[in-house]
Design a protein around this ligand. Structure first.
Ligand code: NAP
Length: 473
């Protein structure tokens, strides 16, 4: 078992007080990370604040060079990081490699966007507008200390998608990975350490959110928070922090609407994938399916055939379904299934659990009084609502407390566009399940799904502000 060190104020440190990290696959301890105290947190913020002066004043091309070195170091650690991720969060190994590669591409796209759109000031003068006698130079400048908090489910992508834009702009970063994900976090910090950034530019804080989370977000030296995680923690952050920019990417209840002219085989295949990838533990997983009555039997038959073919097992062997992140996540899924069944839902397939492994489950005849109609399951469960009137679907969709994404399956693209315009959510996907990406697209949630926009350009925008210098002649 490894004692994972973390990067704090220019050094890779360990501590006597540690957190044991266990694998969801077999509950074995796979490593330890330091459990930082409030005193450690205070020192970290001070070091980040001190480092900001030098880092933000550095020539942009030197910061880009550091980012490129971080990228090179990460690439050398591709196997180590991907395998650690697989064991730490029980994600199929192939998906871990995909997440890693996508994150490297994210770094490249961020460097490109920074060079093309952020490094130089936007100039507004009389050649483009009626501003006789004035030349405006509008720079994008960093904010200060950025607190980046990531969730367990994408420990590389959702960490680097915060850390890299923040650093390249000249912010310093305090990074809090999810506890289940902090071994990967420690490896990311090692890659940054080996790029020799000035001390304090990047610090990582490991420790349980339930113990240090409130203290972590209260510090007055924080200039911006980029958070991805659950609604409760997100709202707590929004309640506690005022007058600084926040980007909150929270939960979702993305629904798929299948119209009667949809290609049944293709949409059933896509919806199976969108629901069960990483055992449903994705913010953009399909979490409710609206099925037009006349195609319901055929679609359900097709979906249950697909679900029965899903493989189940150890994430190292790349099955479709793996043990969930912890026992309470599996218990929550089972509670939602039992509640629905008690209130009249029909189990098409699945419904059982073995420790933290929840078998892929399809539930039909879902009604509004069932918990799973509104609540985010974050588990391998497909709840199906059968509808006759599309206006009722629009009303239900729009009354959800969430608003991350949604999808529409239909052969009639024009009709799908019209329906998409009536749905109140961040993004609608036509004939594809909801998903984050490509990263060059804006990614956002409304209502309880959060606020602020992610995606390459928008992340850079959210972590910088405009500084204007106006020449008057
Ligand atoms: P979580 O329990 O809310 O944890 C997220 C992060 O917040 C972790 O680093 C956690 O640390 C930390 N934290 C916990 N309590 C805190 C506090 N009081 N103050 C500050 N930080 C605190 O979420 P999760 O279980 O990791 O992730 C699942 C949720 O994230 C789902 O709801 C999912 O939909 C959402 N999600 C959203 C998106 C999106 O882009 N919209 C993407 C991925 C996931 P500890 O691990 O130490 O508790």
């Amino acid at each position: 078992m490894n004692d994972y060190k973390i990067l704090v104020n220019g050094k890779m440190i360990t501590k006597k007080e540690k957190l044991n990290i266990t694998s969801p696959i077999n509950s074995e301890i796979i490593g330890t990370v330091p459990a930082l105290s409030k005193n450690d947190i205070d020192k970290i913020y001070r070091s980040s604040e001190i480092a900001f002066k030098e880092w933000s004043a550095l020539e942009p091309k030197l910061r880009i060079k550091y980012i490129e070195d971080i990228k090179k170091n990460l690439i050398k650690m591709r196997d180590e990081i991907s395998i650690t991720m697989c064991i730490e969060i029980s994600k199929p190994l192939k998906s871990c490699y995909q997440e890693f590669d996508r994150s490297i591409e994210y770094i490249d796209l961020t460097i490109k966007s920074y060079k093309d759109k952020f490094m130089n000031p936007k100039i507004i003068d009389k050649s483009i507008h009626n501003v006789e006698g004035k030349n405006g130079f509008f720079y994008r400048v960093p904010l200060g200390v950025v607190l980046a908090i990531s969730p367990f489910n994408y420990p590389v992508n959702l960490s680097l998608a915060k850390i890299i834009p923040a650093l390249i702009l000249g912010n310093t970063v305090v990074f809090k990975p999810a506890t289940q994900g902090s071994l990967v976090g420690s490896l990311i910090s090692k890659a940054i350490y080996e790029a020799n950034l000035p001390a304090g530019v990047f610090n990582i804080i490991t420790g349980k959110g339930s113990e240090i989370g409130d203290y972590l977000i209260e510090n007055n030296l924080i200039s911006m928070i980029s958070f991805t995680g659950g609604v409760d923690v997100g709202k707590n952050i929004a309640n506690k922090k005022s007058m600084i920019p926040l980007v909150l990417e929270l939960g979702g209840k993305d629904a798929a609407i299948v119209l009667k002219d949809a290609n049944i085989v293709e949409s059933a295949k896509e919806i199976t994938k969108g629901t069960f990838d990483y055992s449903g533990q994705r913010c953009t997983a399909i979490k409710l399916v609206y099925l037009e009555k006349s195609i319901a039997d055929k679609f359900i038959k097709e979906v249950s055939k697909n679900v029965l073919e899903l493989s189940i097992g150890n994430p190292i062997d790349n099955p479709d379904i793996t043990p969930m992140i912890n026992q309470s996540a599996a218990n929550w899924g089972k509670k939602l299934i039992d509640d629905a069944v008690k209130k009249g839902a029909k189990i098409i397939t699945g419904g059982n659990m073995d420790n933290n492994l929840l078998f892929p489950t399809v539930l039909s005849e879902i009604k509004k009084n069932m918990l799973i109609f509104d609540e985010e399951q974050f588990a391998p469960i497909m709840p199906i609502v059968i509808y006759e009137d599309i206006n009722e679907v629009v009303n239900s969709f729009n009354s959800s407390k969430y608003g991350l994404q949604g999808s529409i399956f239909s052969k009639n693209i024009k009709k799908a566009h019209e329906l998409a315009k009536r749905l109140n959510t961040g993004t609608i996907n036509i004939n594809k399940s909801s998903s984050r990406g490509p990263d060059i697209f804006p990614f956002l949630g409304i209502k309880d799904s959060g606020f602020g926009v992610q995606g390459i350009d928008w992340a850079l925008e959210s972590m910088s502000r405009i500084k204007g210098i106006i020449e008057n002649n």
